[in-house]
Design a protein around this ligand. Structure first.
Ligand SMILES: Cc1cc2nc3c(=O)[nH]c(=O)nc-3n(C[C@H](O)[C@H](O)[C@H](O)COP(=O)(O)O)c2cc1C
Ligand SMILES: *[C@@H]1O[C@H](CO)[C@@H](O)[C@H](O)[C@H]1NC(C)=O
Ligand SMILES: *[C@@H]1O[C@H](CO)[C@@H](O)[C@H](O)[C@H]1NC(C)=O
Ligand SMILES: *[C@@H]1O[C@H](CO)[C@@H](O)[C@H](O)[C@H]1NC(C)=O
Ligand SMILES: *[C@@H]1O[C@H](CO)[C@@H](O)[C@H](O)[C@H]1NC(C)=O
Ligand SMILES: *[C@@H]1O[C@H](CO)[C@@H](O)[C@H](O)[C@H]1NC(C)=O
Ligand SMILES: *[C@@H]1O[C@H](CO)[C@@H](O)[C@H](O)[C@H]1NC(C)=O
Ligand SMILES: *[C@@H]1O[C@H](CO)[C@@H](O)[C@H](O)[C@H]1NC(C)=O
Ligand SMILES: *[C@H]1O[C@H](CO)[C@@H](O)[C@H](O)[C@H]1NC(C)=O
Length: 448
């Protein structure tokens, strides 16, 4: 009885997900032939039901293209406290209970960056895998790049809770985490371990001498996976002096060898007005010190990337662009969360009044405008990484046309679940309509 009713359920499920029908039929015939002579006890029926149930569940659950993530798992996680949900999602992925993207990326989505191949233009932004625990699981969700961090020299616990807020109606987030992280030593152990595992697989006669990092060809990404990039975001401990750069430099020196790109925070809350000469000098000094430290790594050096906020004026962006050009910065991430709040948000969102950085769709136009201006003022010479409110393929396309070489997202995964990268890639392939991603980058400016 129980088996029959389960079959009925299975049939209705396979109507919704027709590709499952075959696997179900195979699984059930295998079961019946191997167990044909055992007693058909109630236990057996229950056991079969459970096995089939788990089997079917896994087929849905372990595929990023299954709608179960957006329709069931993500809403379930959203019933929990924001930070509990975040930590649980990291645990699930680290236990290999996350879904995987089983498709090969369309060739249309490919691009080249820093001499390496990037197989699709979707990256996971900093702040999700703060402690470098699961970069490979994130890449398996279908992202082309993953940025871990921010990581500070010493571990720190961040701001007191509550420090993370959902704004359900606008699918936005406000956070003031305050850089909670495990510190360089712990994170370096993880990054080093994953790096060597792959480096030694790739070149069997290498051993763990520091020279063998340099023996990897330049085009081999530090992610260890062709077409995928690994970034590390380094920052200062909150009790370090605000005018000291030594925390960044430590981060670059220790973690740089294991990253394709390294990101530094150049925005200082008490350096509001960049137009003033002394603030500009301070930013310039930080970037040039970071450039020098990066160069010290020689052949192991990662690309040096700066991340900026979305709240700068056009004039300030002009100045930042000049500083970036002068110091041969390799990339600019535009943007971080915003201090601002659009007026409409207070009407819909009880949480909008909380202090912290706003992310998600309400900051998209700010971040997109920033991308556009930085692309223009750097004379298209520095690759821009678009970030802020990316939740659909249309958003990705807009960032690409405005000048982004690739984009990052975070907040939309909180609302759409771990299938978000696969979904956006599929839609983007359709939207591109035969054009290549690399050909649409910056096309808004082709008229100049
Ligand atoms: C909870 C949370 C934590 C974040 N932590 C970091 C961080 O540690 N370092 C960082 O550079 N950006 C951090 N960000 C900013 C994101 O990387 C990204 O720049 C921003 O959220 C805009 O993208 P989105 O709208 O797709 O989320 C964080 C964002 C959120 C929502
Ligand atoms: C957001 O949605 C979740 C789940 O639906 C709910 O538990 C939570 O109270 C909502 N928060 C706000 C601020 O509306
Ligand atoms: C190593 O590379 C393979 C593919 O080349 C990838 O599947 C795996 O996740 C990588 N592992 C680590 C630890 O880098
Ligand atoms: C491995 O490292 C040792 C020293 O640490 C060195 O003597 C040896 O030649 C190395 N082997 C290879 C294959 O590089
Ligand atoms: C960014 O840097 C400034 C000073 O350089 C510091 O005050 C601020 O806390 C940093 N923020 C992050 C997120 O690293
Ligand atoms: C920034 O500095 C410039 C020049 O010192 C000044 O004209 C401008 O008003 C300042 N802006 C703000 C927002 O303080
Ligand atoms: C990013 O935003 C956070 C929160 O608003 C802030 O603490 C940090 O300084 C910002 N970093 C950059 C690089 O703008
Ligand atoms: C973005 O820039 C356009 C053109 O300058 C402007 O009209 C628009 O208001 C800007 N949007 C935001 C959110 O700043
Ligand atoms: C690095 O990560 C922190 C969050 O941990 C974020 O606030 C900051 O803006 C990031 N900085 C850069 C340069 O990406």
């Amino acid at each position: 009885m129980s088996f029959l009713s389960n079959t009925t359920k299975v049939n209705s499920l396979t109507r919704t997900f027709p590709t499952l029908k075959q696997s179900f039929n195979k699984a059930s015939s295998r079961h019946l032939s191997s167990q044909a002579f055992t007693k058909r006890t109630l236990n057996f029926a229950l056991g079969t039901t459970t096995v089939l149930g788990i089997g079917l569940f896994s087929l849905y659950a372990f595929n990023t293209r299954s709608s179960i993530h957006e329709l069931v798992f993500a809403p379930l996680l959203r019933q929990l406290d924001e930070e509990v949900a975040h930590d649980l999602s990291i645990k699930l992925l680290s236990w290999n209970l996350g879904p995987k993207d089983h498709h090969k990326d369309s060739e249309l989505l490919e691009t080249q960056l820093w001499g390496k191949r990037l197989s699709n233009p979707l990256g996971m932004a900093a702040g999700y895998d703060k402690n470098a625990q699961i970069p490979d699981k994130i890449l398996k969700l279908g992202f082309g790049a993953v940025e871990v961090g921010s990581i500070t020299p010493l571990p720190q616990s961040g701001n007191p809770s509550k420090r993370l807020f959902r704004l359900n109606n606008t699918q936005a987030i406000i956070n003031r985490m305050g850089l909670n992280n495990d510190g360089i030593e712990e994170c370096k152990k993880r990054l080093e371990a994953r790096f060597w595992k792959n480096a030694t697989e790739k070149s069997a006669n290498d051993n763990h001498s520091s020279q063998s990092i340099t023996s990897l060809a330049d085009s081999v990404p530090k992610s260890g996976i062709d077409g995928r990039l690994l970034g590390v975001n380094v920052s200062k401990n909150s009790n370090s002096p605000s005018d000291s750069d030594s925390d960044f430099l430590t981060g670059i020196k220790e973690l740089g060898p294991f990253a394709d790109y390294i990101v530094i925070n150049i925005s200082c809350p008490n350096v509001e007005n960049l137009s003033s000469g002394s603030n500009m000098k301070m930013m310039d000094k930080t970037v040039s010190a970071a450039r020098a430290e990066c160069n010290n790594l020689g052949d192991k050096k990662p690309a040096l990337v700066i991340k900026i906020g979305p709240d700068y004026s056009e004039n300030e962006l002009k100045i930042i662009s000049q500083i970036a050009l002068k110091n041969n910065v390799d990339g600019i991430i535009a943007t971080n969360t915003s201090r601002s709040r659009p007026e409409y948000i207070f009407k819909d969102e009880p949480n909008a009044k909380n202090a912290g950085g706003l992310s998600g769709p309400p900051i998209k136009n700010l971040a997109l405008n920033t991308t556009r201006l930085v692309y223009k003022y750097t004379d298209k010479k520095i690759p821009i990484i678009g970030c802020g409110g990316v939740s659909t393929a249309q958003d990705v396309l807009e960032y690409g046309r405005a000048g982004a070489s690739f984009v990052q997202l975070y907040t939309s995964m909180i609302y759409q679940g771990p299938g978000v990268a696969s979904k956006i890639k599929d839609d983007l392939t359709v939207l591109l309509d035969g054009q290549k991603w690399s050909d649409i980058i910056g096309t808004e400016y082709s008229i100049y």
